[in-house]
Design a protein around this ligand. Structure first.
Ligand code: GLP
Length: 268
């Protein structure tokens, strides 16, 4: 697992966006051979999305032949609710780039049969040829997507009940009122993410420091589900200085040293 440490949120976001753009471009996607990208919501990827929009606006990147799969969605929240992940993705990314609507896949938390919805989502990923690159965030309790502590590290797309920790963290988007936060969500599984060719996890800010320490310096553990990344052949954690506060000085020095040359922006 690589750990790439940037000075701040801005440089981190710019680097991730360039990395993703470079992957898409070098793949040279076509309608018959599209690039398949997994995407998260949350505050962490907003800077990356902004940078991807900038790269696109400068004419350096097209999403015409990119297929996306989002990680998760709340259950029973209307799609046009400002806190639904559908709304988030169109607002922060899709409306500003040239991705065809039919290439966007987001779980439907209002589907009449939620289990069927989850099953079909997995099938769609397989039909698309699997995910080339999955971008993800991390919850303060170390979760990926909505794979809360204790989730099977082999889990697939399914319905999950959210923990109080997550409901509390996400209440900042619902007038700080925990009773307004949906209690269930549909989410890809840890196994779904780990099946991707490559995974990048975005970790920024002090509030993620404890989770980062568990995921990097301790073993693979279902209580900190991002730690499954240790078993991935091509897993990268990209973080800012603030998020490294609970890591050992030696760990930070080690990764800074070996990643020194990769801090420059990947060329486009
Ligand atoms: C939610 C999402 C996760 C996200 C996490 C952290 O739980 N389901 O995918 O990584 O929040 O969000 P933020 O980036 O806002 O800290």
């Amino acid at each position: 697992m690589r750990i790439v440490i940037h000075e701040n949120y801005g440089s981190m976001s710019q680097w991730i966006a360039h990395y993703v753009a470079q992957k898409i471009k070098s793949y040279n996607p076509t309608p018959d051979n599209p690039f398949v990208l997994g995407l998260p919501t949350g505050s962490s990827p907003i800077g990356t999305y902004q940078e991807l929009i900038n790269i696109h606006t400068e004419g350096k990147l097209s999403f015409k032949n990119v297929i996306t799969f989002n990680m998760d969605e709340y259950v029973n929240l209307p799609e046009d609710h400002p806190e639904s992940y559908h709304y988030f993705m169109w607002h922060h990314l899709f409306s500003h780039i040239d991705i065809p609507k039919e290439n966007v896949n987001i779980l439907n938390g209002n589907a009449p049969d939620l289990e069927k919805e989850c099953r079909e989502y997995e099938e769609k990923i397989v039909q698309a040829g699997g995910i080339h690159l999955f971008l993800g965030g991390i919850g303060p309790d170390g979760h990926i997507a909505f794979n809360e502590p204790g989730s099977s590290l082999q889990s697939r797309t399914r319905i999950k009940t959210l923990t109080y920790d997550t409901i509390l963290a996400n209440s900042r988007f619902f007038d700080n009122d925990v009773s307004k936060v949906p209690k269930k969500a549909l989410t890809v599984g840890v196994g779904t993410v780990m099946d991707s060719d490559e995974v990048i996890i975005i970790v920024n800010g002090y509030k993620k420091a404890r989770a980062l320490q568990k995921v990097v310096e301790e073993g693979v553990n279902h209580m900190w589900t991002v730690s499954a990344l240790q078993m991935h052949e091509r897993g990268i954690i990209v973080c800012d200085e603030e998020a490294t506060m609970d890591l050992k000085v030696g760990t930070v020095k080690y990764f800074k040293d070996i990643e020194q040359s990769s801090l420059q922006l990947p060329p486009l």
